[in-house]
Design a protein around this ligand. Structure first.
Ligand SMILES: Nc1ncnc2c1ncn2[C@@H]1O[C@H](COP(=O)(O)OP(=O)(O)OP(=O)(O)O)[C@@H](O)[C@H]1O
Ligand SMILES: [Mg+2]
Length: 338
């Protein structure tokens, strides 16, 4: 976490475990994740496909389908006005939870059409959210606010475009409308799950710039989930690296880029073209992410790790989490002096 005080923390996730119980076995999608997000800051969350990034995000908003999904352990602590609320203790359908969704935490979903149904206009759907959260006295006022929001996210002619249906928007415009929807209730934390994956490079840059501008204007914190390490390095203050449901490394963006410690993080770096360095040969991490159904004993990365130490990494002892330098944590036996 970047040099912040405890009072700057907005969300703390401690040892979160979200599992899916299927007939065929238990999927340990999130299996002991720790994260801290500070007010007004951006936390980047990276890791290969299937590492539990989206399940972590959905757990925060209690949107995991249950059954089969369940938070089986851990805490998600929301800090609001000096009060601390453990989200894992709330019923997903409780009013307190509905208030958190929207009022405190907004979300841009990875699946582009999750935010909007196809049958109603963009405006009607944004207005409905505004009215549910009682941010406007009547429909007229809600419409005015919706137009303002669409203008704020850069939709041209919002007075007319508000009456368009989602399919009438281009991908980039729909993404902007999704952001408007997520911002409806001025959240203190915005979760952006792969906000630009389906967009071309130019539109991607515009959307990221929009998020940065909105953050500067509103002071909201952002949890930015992305495959794109260049995007994360640009936007994030802190970075959490996830592998197979676990946070394997956590630190400031500078620390994680200048001094990656976990062999997984180092492998990720070797597998992407460097932004300004010479064109090096890219080395993909061997193998694929195994199924979270059969987690290996010891370190879950051991079967793919270039630094694998037989008898250490594949044993049952829990992987130590080491503070290698101030505020830079790594979960790896390599750094365990014992
Ligand atoms: N509803 C569900 N039922 C069973 N398993 C699920 C469910 N949702 C997610 N999973 C499993 O949980 C694991 C983590 O999935 P998640 O969507 O969080 O990955 P991710 O890191 O967001 O990947 P991506 O980068 O592809 O978006 C995967 O193995 C996935 O198959
Ligand atoms: Mg995902």
């Amino acid at each position: 976490m970047s040099k912040d005080n405890a009072e700057d923390i907005i969300l703390e996730i401690k040892n979160l475990k979200t599992h899916f119980t299927l007939d065929t076995g238990i999927i340990r999608a999130v299996d002991g994740v720790n994260l801290t997000i500070s007010r007004g800051k951006t936390l980047g969350v990276i890791g290969e496909s299937g590492c539990g990034k989206s399940v972590t995000a959905h757990s925060i908003l209690r949107l995991t389908p249950s059954p089969p999904g369940e938070i089986v352990d851990g805490e998600i602590l929301l800090h609001r006005d000096g009060e601390v609320i453990d989200i894992t203790k709330l019923k997903p359908t409780a009013e307190a939870m509905r208030n958190i969704r929207g009022d405190d935490i907004g979300m841009i979903f990875q699946e582009p059409m999750t935010s909007f149904g196809p049958l109603h206009t963009i405006g009607d759907q944004i207005m409905e959210t505004i009215l549910i959260h009682q941010k406007a006295a009547d429909k007229g006022e809600a419409r005015g606010q919706a137009i303002e929001l669409l203008r704020q996210v850069g939709i041209p002619n919002p007075e007319q475009r508000i009456d368009a249906y989602p399919h009438e928007f281009s991908g980039g415009m729909r993404q902007r409308a999704m952001i408007a929807m997520a911002l409806c209730c001025s959240p203190t934390l915005l979760i952006a799950d792969e906000p630009t994956t389906s967009l071309d490079v130019t539109i991607e840059a515009q959307i990221l710039e929009l998020l940065t501008d909105l953050q500067a204007e509103t002071g909201m914190a952002i949890m930015l989930i992305s495959h794109n390490l260049a995007v994360v390095s640009e936007m994030a203050d802190d970075i959490a690296v996830m592998y197979l449901g676990k946070r394997v490394e956590f630190g400031t963006t500078d620390a994680i880029f200048d001094n990656p410690l976990h062999p997984y993080t180092q492998g990720l770096w070797r597998s992407i073209p460097s932004v300004d360095g010479p064109l090096e040969k890219l080395v993909p991490i061997p193998g694929v992410v195994p199924s979270p159904r059969d987690l290996p004993p010891g370190c879950v990365f051991a079967p793919r790790c270039s630094e694998f130490m037989p008898g250490v990494c594949d044993q049952l002892k829990p992987v130590p989490v080491i503070e290698a330098e101030p505020d830079h944590f790594v979960a790896c036996y390599l750094y365990d002096n014992e």
